[in-house]
Design a protein around this ligand. Structure first.
Ligand SMILES: [Zn+2]
Length: 429
């Protein structure tokens, strides 16, 4: 980075610059620590988080990029810079990478002369300050117009991380995928081309070389991360017996290795409810029959009385999974817990125009009982996740794929199911 950039101090950032950086990062400026501007993450349910530090020189480059109308992408973590015909994607690396220092000699890259200015060349970039080698892979189209590169990030994708454990802000880096086109490109066109090139490049890296990278979907807005219930501050000796399989299912959404696998989390909690359906259903049937038997006008000599029992059992036998769910929720989940949950601000998630289509909206003012609305919603959503598109029985609901736009916005529904699962486990102990 240019030497004069290092000499920047806080005085070189105007209030307007700072708010511009706030918009660019979706974070809030807090303070300056040494050569870093520190930005705070949104408040997460009272958990105090330490901010992310951005070095002055990176902040200057970011501002320049924003001024030439570079912007963050909406679907993926990364930036699009139309004036330069440049796109940078953040990456997830999913497995051991065979492209390591020791093995780097075995790889060669299809590179042709090009007009871009690349900060580093394959196979490695050496970072003197940290004595670290970072892999660099680059390929060029044969006429030299387009380059694809995986290398340490530019200022645009500077990793927004909290300080180290000793409270110090240090310069960090991450590998990103960069797409360089021939020059200024209209944004829509640039995004489309970048996606196509990224898809092909990452597919071939995996298929031909077992280097498994994927684009990092842009995480949902902070509003969606709110917890569905309050957190108790008193840790007690446990009293809730939990069967093995339920314990396993309940632990899946908390597994950080599975982070982001929202459809799996949804189904894990759903399976907990399913586990209790038969028992609760039986219990409810027995209760109904007992009520008939105890009625003062019940007369075992009369056919009509006996038929009442028969009807009740038959109805119960033919109950669909949706009806059983409704009974389970009605019986095991206190209605005030549901009301409390929906009274929280979910950013319109459960309303009619919420982000998840093809499911029941929740309306506290509609005449329909809350357990019934909730049962319909969670069952419809479950069907959208598990049923293939060509199943005629569910022709009206389109399949909801993992990592799709909707899947990444499932958090409030997962929180709802978590609440139901907890109440059902507690009620059935
Ligand atoms: Zn190039």
């Amino acid at each position: 980075m240019p030497e004069e950039a290092h000499k920047k101090d806080i005085a070189s950032f105007s209030a307007e610059d700072l708010s511009c950086l706030e918009r660019a990062t979706s974070l809030t400026y807090l303070e300056t620590v040494n050569d870093f501007l520190v930005f705070g993450f949104p408040d997460r349910n009272g958990f105090r988080q330490r901010g992310a530090g951005i070095p002055f020189d990176v902040a200057v480059e970011l501002l320049q990029a924003v001024n030439r109308e570079a912007e963050r992408m909406t679907d993926y973590q990364g930036w699009v810079d139309p004036e330069k015909g440049f796109v940078e994607f953040e990456l997830r690396q999913q497995a051991m990478n065979p492209f390591r220092r020791g093995a780097a000699d075995q790889f060669e890259f299809e590179i042709y002369p090009c007009q871009h200015s690349h900060a580093s060349n394959p196979p490695f970039e050496y970072d003197e300050d940290r004595d670290r080698y970072s892999p660099v892979m680059r390929v060029t189209s044969s006429e030299g117009s387009t380059c694809l590169e995986i290398s340490p990030n530019t200022a645009l994708c500077y990793p927004l991380l909290p300080p180290t454990i000793d409270g110090e802000y240090r310069v960090r880096s991450q590998s990103t995928l960069k797409i360089y086109l021939e020059g200024a490109t209209e944004k829509g066109e640039l995004l489309r081309k970048a996606r196509e090139l990224a898809n092909s490049f990452l597919f071939e890296l995996s298929a031909r070389h077992r280097m498994v990278y994927s684009l990092r979907p842009r995480v949902e807005s902070p509003a969606y991360r709110r917890h569905g219930s309050t957190i108790s501050n008193r840790v007690r000796f446990p009293r809730t017996p939990v069967p093995d399989n339920i314990a396993t299912l309940f632990s899946i959404p908390g597994d950080t290795a599975l982070r982001g696998n929202h459809t799996l989390f949804y189904l894990s909690y759903y399976q907990i409810l399913e586990h209790y359906l038969p028992a609760v259903h039986r219990r409810e049937t027995v209760r109904k029959v007992r009520r008939i038997l105890r009625a003062i006008d019940f007369d075992e000599e009369k056919d009509s009385s006996v038929l009442q029992i028969l009807n009740s059992v038959e109805r119960s036998h033919g109950a669909s999974e949706g009806e059983q769910l409704k009974a389970l929720i009605g019986e095991c989940v206190p209605e005030d817990k549901l009301r409390e949950f929906f009274a929280r601000d979910h950013d319109g998630h459960f309303e009619k125009n919420g982000p998840i289509s093809g499911v029941q909206a929740i309306n506290l003012k509609s005449g329909e009982a809350l357990p019934s609305q909730v049962a319909k919603r969670i069952y419809m959503l479950r069907n959208r996740i598990v049923h293939a598109k060509d199943d005629v029985r569910y022709a009206e609901s389109k399949v909801l794929l993992p990592l799709s736009y909707e899947a990444l916005r499932l958090s409030p529904d997962i929180e709802l199911l978590r609440l139901l699962a907890i109440e059902v486990v507690v009620d059935n102990r």
